[in-house]
Design a binder for this molecule. Structure first.
Ligand SMILES: C[S@@+](CC[C@H](N)C(=O)[O-])C[C@H]1O[C@@H](n2cnc3c(N)ncnc32)[C@H](O)[C@@H]1O
Length: 242
């Protein structure tokens, strides 16, 4: 089974518009000469934008195809000499950075879903230099999910809280909040529609592929009977003291 790679239809593997991505990068302050590390970088478009703004970059993802695509884009944009993209376990990465990006990827640090956000905040404390910034893209409940919605989603109610809960958690880990923004419904619909489009195209060419039909049906159920308008994604720029 071959589905079109998501990067053919999306800039980021998450509900993030190009406009919001550029605002987030600006919220990090001047990036000239800064070292930016992106753990769970996917095909690394956010990291490559930071590098285009003057940073050096390093990204890690376990998905070899995503990393290969990111490397190609780095070459196409003339950025390859200032960024390295590695295939590997991002949770095992050690090193230091001025900026750490963990966008929709707190699961890279392993453990139970309930611990993912704390793991990302603790990783920032280990990796970032004094005054460093963590750009954290994380889920939250935009509305309290009903029992019926929870029953169809592969997400536990306790995995997420509100935006206020998330910010409080970051403050308790010693960060200051510098910027907060959240995915719009349009950002979510573009992200989910691009996912669905891969299945639609495949099923038009292979209408008898029951495995892909089942995956497409499951994704539509999660989305429309589960998280649409309920699960949010918030982007926090968090700063450590000097
Ligand atoms: C939702 S995607 C987000 C990708 C990227 N941050 C973005 O915004 O486009 C999550 C990424 O985490 C990666 N990932 C999950 N567990 C990982 C691990 N242990 N080590 C490295 N990458 C991991 C997946 O391969 C995937 O690319």
């Amino acid at each position: 089974m071959t589905l079109t790679p998501l990067h053919d239809d999306l800039l980021f593997n998450g509900p993030l518009s190009s406009y919001r991505a550029d605002l987030l990068l600006r919220s990090l302050g001047p990036l000239d000469g800064q070292h930016v590390v992106d753990l769970g970088c996917g095909w690394a478009d956010l990291l490559l934008r930071a590098v285009a703004a003057g940073a050096t970059g390093h990204g890690v993802d376990q998905d070899a195809e995503a990393i290969a695509h990111g490397r190609k884009v780095a070459v196409d944009r003339g950025l390859a000499d200032r960024v390295t993209l590695d295939v590997g376990d991002a949770g095992a990465w050690t090193g230091s950075a001025d900026v750490l990006i963990v966008n929709g990827a707190s699961q890279v640090f392993g453990g139970e879903p309930l611990t993912h956000t704390v793991n990302a905040l603790e990783a920032g404390r280990r990796i970032l230099r004094p005054g460093g910034r963590l750009l954290l893209g994380e889920g939250f409940w935009e509305r309290e999910p009903t029992a019926a919605q929870l029953a169809v989603m592969p997400i536990e109610r306790e995995q997420y809280g509100s935006v206020a809960d998330l910010v409080d958690l970051a403050l308790a880990h010693g960060y200051q909040l510098q910027w907060l923004s959240q995915a719009s419904q349009d950002d979510w619909d573009e992200f989910e529609s691009a996912h669905a489009l891969g299945y639609v195209r495949h099923l038009q060419a292979h209408p008898d592929d029951t495995e892909v039909r089942a995956r497409a049906d499951r994704q539509r159920t999660w989305r429309l009977h589960g998280w649409r308008g309920v699960l949010g994604m918030v982007y926090l720029t968090l700063v450590l003291p000097l």
